[in-house]
Design a protein around this ligand. Structure first.
Ligand code: KIV
Ligand code: ZN
Length: 518
């Protein structure tokens, strides 16, 4: 292999899935594996076949259905693990058995309760057994970063002798740092006489937030395979974020000088797919793929980016398949910027309307720092609804017409000059007010009896009791969804108003326009 080529080994489906709350079903894993093919990773670790029937089936189906990369399955050194792994990998054009045993004193003594010589024997026998089924065998001395260096060198030499084609050096508990980890890899290159017969790999955990840095230090010291997970999921604080490893190697090729086979434009789609299948949000500030990764807030930065993106961007959003808003508005953005942004969203307002919107925009920017296009849609919607309530005689609910206590709520709803008063009871004041509102709006012509509260989010601003709570409510009536947003220092009142705005929205806005807002 070209010594400048770094192998990208993805373990999202194995180490990533081990992390609590990251469970994926077989169908989801196959979808991710197919996306990893588009991304261009070299190895997909598809699972740990002996761990569960679900893991076995995932490895088996990925082996049979996903073409391109090497498909790896994890196995302890036990013969039954190796056998199950090989059974699961049957059908893969390029299978790899990845076997491991712990080599640090604490793991050997407390977990395995085996002396070092026995651990070497287990490792060698496992590699030999795996090799009798499959040419491509990877061995990992678990907790290598905390293992005795001489012992590590010995076991690495012995497994290469036994046929291991890749030797992976894990920092299993994220204990190391780039200087130390780089030295460890250098030490192995110096000390292990047959090291050139195997690819040296690194596998770093992120307990001290150094997984990516440690992986790169490993590569600089001679490793030619890096293991990691999409969006950095994995045991505890996660594994090295694979897309960050990749973009370091690509963006700073001038420094690192290595080649990889990844199509970086597939990074965003891959990250979004993984996040959605494990039902998690990508953190805003996660490098490369987070919503803020290419968002510029400060006026000086925005100005620089408008003139030339390279002033504040070291890679382009397009090159990593990033979708988001790179120039969200902030509270200092000013009326002109707001008016331009509204126009770019299709709202041509005169200055008087922009002034009305501006007040709400500043309140929201104070709470959220960044105001995105979706926020603007919602502010415009609230303003329209308040204006149209008057013009089109929709349901109106003023602050003074909302009363509540624990488990009790009462409202006076106004429409067409008439007032309708109703009360309701519930577990909390918002539920009680929803019941009161539903009672007050019943019997005015529309059939709203099947209306359901579909979503309810509160963003409470910083500050004292006067801080504004912004509330978003989603309601559903059959297949129609509508949304209301309101702000008030009193969260419950904001909630009741958002609820009535959502009902008005549903009554008033044609289905096609609802789809555009939601
Ligand atoms: O972190 C670790 O040590 C592992 C091994 C199984 C490679 O995940
Ligand atoms: Zn791991």
């Amino acid at each position: 292999m070209d010594s400048k080529r770094v192998i990208i080994f993805d373990t999202t489906l194995r180490d990533g899935e081990q992390s609590p709350g990251c469970k994926m079903d077989v169908g989801g894993k196959i979808q991710i594996a197919r996306q990893l093919v588009r991304l261009g990773v070299d190895v997909i670790e598809a699972g740990f076949p002996i761990a569960s029937p679900g893991d076995f089936t995932s490895v088996q189906r990925i082996s049979r259905e996903v073409e391109g990369p090497i498909i790896a399955g994890l196995a302890r050194t036990r013969p039954e693990d190796i056998k199950e792994t090989i059974r699961a990998l049957t059908g893969a054009p390029r299978p790899r058995i990845h076997t491991f045993v712990a080599t640090s004193d604490i793991h050997m003594e407390k977990k395995l309760r085996k002396p070092p010589a026995e651990v070497v024997r287990m490792a060698v026998e496992a590699v030999e057994r795996a090799k009798s089924f499959c040419d491509d065998v990877e061995f990992s001395p678990e907790d290598a970063a905390r293992s005795g260096k001489d012992f590590l060198a010995e076991i690495v030499e012995r497994v290469i002798e036994a046929g291991a084609t890749t030797v992976n050096i894990p920092d299993t508990v994220g204990y190391s740092n780039p200087w130390e980890f780089g030295q460890l890899i250098e030490f192995l290159f110096e000390r292990v006489p047959n090291i050139s017969q195997a690819v040296v790999s690194v596998h770093c955990h992120n307990d001290l937030a150094l997984a990516v840095a440690n992986s790169l230090a490993g590569v600089m010291a001679g490793a030619r395979q890096v293991e990691g997970c999409i969006i950095g999921i994995g045991e505890r604080a996660g594994n090295a974020q694979l897309e960050a490893v990749v973009m370091n190697l690509v963006t700073r090729k001038d420094f690192f000088g290595f080649d990889i086979g990844v199509d970086t434009t597939q990074i965003g789609p891959t990250a979004r797919l993984v996040a959605s299948l494990i039902n998690k949000q990508i953190p805003d500030t996660l490098p490369i793929v987070g919503a803020s990764a290419f968002a510029h807030g400060a006026g000086i930065h925005q100005d620089g980016v408008i003139k030339d993106r390279r002033t504040y961007e070291i890679m382009t959003p397009k090159s990593v398949g990033w979708i988001g808003e790179s120039l969200p508005l902030v509270k200092h953005s000013g009326r002109r910027a707001l008016k331009d942004r509204l126009a770019s969203l299709g709202y041509q307002f005169d200055d008087e309307v922009v002034d009305q919107i501006y007040g709400r925009f500043v309140e929201l920017a104070d709470l959220k720092t960044y105001v995105y296009n979706n926020d603007l849609h919602l502010i415009v919607q609230e303003l329209r609804i308040r204006n149209e309530i008057r013009r089109e005689k929709l349901f109106d609910l003023e602050d003074a017409d909302i009363g509540y206590g624990p488990g009790y709520g009462a409202v006076t709803i106004r429409r067409n000059g008439q007032a309708f008063r109703a009360a309701g009871y519930g577990d909390g004041p918002f539920e009680a007010l929803c019941k009161a509102i539903m009672a007050a709006i019943t019997g005015h012509g529309e059939d709203l009896s099947a209306l359901k509260l579909e979503g309810y989010d509160v963003i409470k601003g910083a500050g004292g009791p006067e801080a504004i709570a912004w509330v978003e409510v989603r309601v559903r009536l059959g297949d129609r969804l509508a949304l209301g947003r309101s702000g008030d220092p009193d969260t419950i009142k904001a909630s009741a108003k958002a609820f009535i705005y959502a009902i008005n929205h549903l009554l008033q806005v044609p289905v096609a326009q609802l789809a555009a807002v939601l």
